[in-house]
Design a protein around this ligand. Structure first.
Ligand code: GDD
Length: 271
């Protein structure tokens, strides 16, 4: 492990010079959409300008490294068409999404200006037991495990009507790697092609441990966002065709594997 900082160009140059990587995957960001409304300046510095610093460091050092940028379905925001593809116009709805848009275009720009092998994976929500607890899926699954164990009484939520295209992170990481194995850099939507509401996630997650979600969930407006992305659903056809990639894990399986993992984690901790 090495330490660097997307806000510090010098640290990036020193690291890249030392490691001389063949492939660079930039997953670094201030990635919490709601928090980006509280810290828009910091979000822009790390999530947007940080990518320019990283690309410029690779370019200045003359490294032949292939570059992956973690672009986001949040860039579609107030969606212009359903489902969203690589050609759908963007309409970002948060400081986070605006920053990701800059990062997307600077990645395209280094490809077009200097012929660098750069790719954008426009990833729709991807979840796993390793997801941070501030994101909605993991917030729900940790709460379900705690409620089932008698350690928590209520779960307070924001907008449960929001719909997302949720896939399994493990499979999405393979898509990232596949992008860098292609002869040329390009931009790809990575999604399942299915959409589900937060409400459906709640139903399935509580059901997995034999509980009725309506007895435990309450709405707290403090979790609402100043502007919401209501409905995301991606079309991964280009990735299917060019990368031979397709999602395997269905929504209900994903919910169950996340709940099971949190139930086990809690049981292990309590031993
Ligand atoms: N976090 C959170 N907490 N979200 C809630 C809650 C709550 O209590 N209640 C409802 N939601 C709704 C949000 O308003 C949003 O519509 C949806 O649940 C999903 O929220 P998040 O899990 O926080 O993810 P996100 O969709 O905003 O963004 C994630 O996915 C993007 C696309 O892949 C993040 O991982 C981004 O970094 C990523 O780019």
């Amino acid at each position: 492990m090495h330490h660097g900082d997307l806000a510090d160009a010098g640290s990036l140059i020193r690291l890249l010079e030392k490691i001389r990587p063949d492939e660079v995957y930039n997953l670094g960001a201030q990635s919490d959409v709601r928090i980006s409304f509280d810290i828009p300046g910091y979000t822009a510095d790390v999530t947007a300008t940080g990518v320019a610093r990283l690309l410029e460091a690779i370019h200045q050092l003359g490294l032949p490294a292939r570059f992956y940028q973690a672009s986001s379905s949040e860039m579609f925001g107030k969606v212009r068409e359903v489902p969203q593809t690589e050609l759908t116009p963007f309409h970002p709805r948060s400081p986070y999404a605006v920053a990701k848009l800059y990062a997307y275009w600077i990645t395209v720009n280094y490809r077009e200006s200097y012929g660098c092998h750069t790719s954008n994976g426009i990833l729709f929500n991807h979840e796993s037991p390793r997801r941070g607890e501030n994101f909605v899926t993991r917030k729900i699954t940790t709460a379900v495990a705690r409620i089932k164990a008698g350690l928590q009484e209520k779960l307070f939520m924001g907008n449960i009507e929001a719909k997302r295209d949720w896939g399994y992170a493990k499979e999405y990481v393979e898509a990232m790697w596949l992008m860098l194995q292609q002869p040329h850099g390009d931009d790809y939507v990575i999604a399942t092609g299915e959409t589900h509401s937060v409400r459906e996630f709640l139903e399935l997650a509580f059901d997995r441990v034999g509980l009725d979600w309506q007895k435990y969930v309450e709405i707290d407006p403090k979790f609402y966002r100043p502007a919401e992305v209501e409905h995301l659903i991606g079309n991964p056809e280009k990735a299917r065709k060019n990368l031979n990639w397709s999602p395997q894990t269905k929504f209900a399986e994903l919910v169950c594997l996340m709940v099971d993992a949190d139930v086990k984690l809690l049981a292990d901790r309590c031993q």
